[in-house]
Design a protein around this ligand. Structure first.
Ligand SMILES: [Zn+2]
Length: 289
């Protein structure tokens, strides 16, 4: 067992008493077939006997995503390799924060009550969640969480436009410049609190990244976390087609196209995609370690 250095109560700036010296985090796991995984807490824990999510205190040095997935493994035997984290919703009480990490099932979960903090686990259809005796904080968060349940952020990057937005010598080797951008984008799927602003300021996303390249950058290889799409001719047409197919395949997903090209922005916004300027994306990527 690891030492539980996050265990303890905090009095937040609003005067509430919360569990978790470094804040707390929980995993909201969705399975399209079965619903969401709820946990009934043991009678002796804080807010015992109520239903909520597997989760608990964040330990020192741990990210909320790591804490949520660790707690789900410890309490409910949910294996890390059977889930994909999609987004996170933050409740910020100043000196105490709770992060709900939304994830989708990607393989067999085999959940079971795995430690004494958990009394029962159940897959519950989203329509039935509000009928359970819920932990009061989870009950108030549920409508907002439900609005983003299972939804992903698809980030479509106009490679030539983003690379060309910063005069860093990219014209000397366009393939190498595209590779630098690709490698920075790969970090988005590894880091916590990546790319905020979609669905509201409390939400952050681990996007599916599609980097559209053209011309000399067309030989670019994909890396884990970044799909590379080589445009046969006109990059704009490929970006529009990529946005269209994402919106058709999964209409509930958020599709965000990164480009400064005004005509292209209008075209994809007409389809229902959102747009983001290269400077905003690059500032986000620069802030990643
Ligand atoms: Zn509070």
């Amino acid at each position: 067992m690891t030492p539980k250095d996050g265990n303890g109560f905090v009095r937040c700036v609003y005067g509430h008493r919360h569990w978790g010296l470094n804040g707390a985090a929980g995993l909201l796991l969705t399975d399209p077939e079965r619903g969401v995984l709820l946990q009934r807490r043991a009678w002796w824990v804080h807010h015992g006997r109520t239903w909520a999510l597997p989760g608990g205190a964040v330990e020192a040095g741990e990210t909320p995503r790591e804490a949520a997935t660790r707690e789900a493994r410890e309490e409910a035997a949910v294996p890390l390799d059977a889930v994909r984290t999609l987004s996170a919703s933050l409740v910020d009480h100043g000196n105490w924060r709770y992060t709900t990490v939304l994830a989708a099932v990607t393989g067999p979960v085999g959940e079971r009550v795995a430690n004494a903090e958990s009394a029962e686990l159940r897959w519950v259809p989203p329509d039935e969640v509000a009928g359970f005796r819920l932990h009061s904080d989870f009950a108030s968060a549920w409508p907002g969480l439900r609005s983003q349940l299972g939804r992903e952020l698809v980030l479509i990057v106009d490679g030539a436009n983003v690379v060309g937005s910063r005069p860093d010598g990219w014209w000397r080797d366009r393939l190498a410049a595209a590779a630098r951008l690709r490698d920075k984008l790969a970090a988005l799927s590894r880091q916590d609190t990546a790319l905020t602003g979609v669905a509201g300021p409390e939400w952050s996303w681990w996007p599916r990244v599609r980097l559209v390249v053209e011309g000399q950058a067309r030989g670019l290889d994909p890396v884990p976390g970044v799909e590379v799409i080589a445009a046969p001719a006109d990059g704009d047409a490929t970006i529009v087609a990529t946005a269209q197919s994402a919106l058709t395949a999964r209409p509930d997903d958020h599709v965000l196209v990164v480009t400064a090209d005004r005509e292209l922005r209008t075209r994809v916004e007409t389809l229902g995609a959102m747009t983001l300027g290269p400077a905003t994306l690059l500032a986000t990527l620069d802030a990643l370690t």
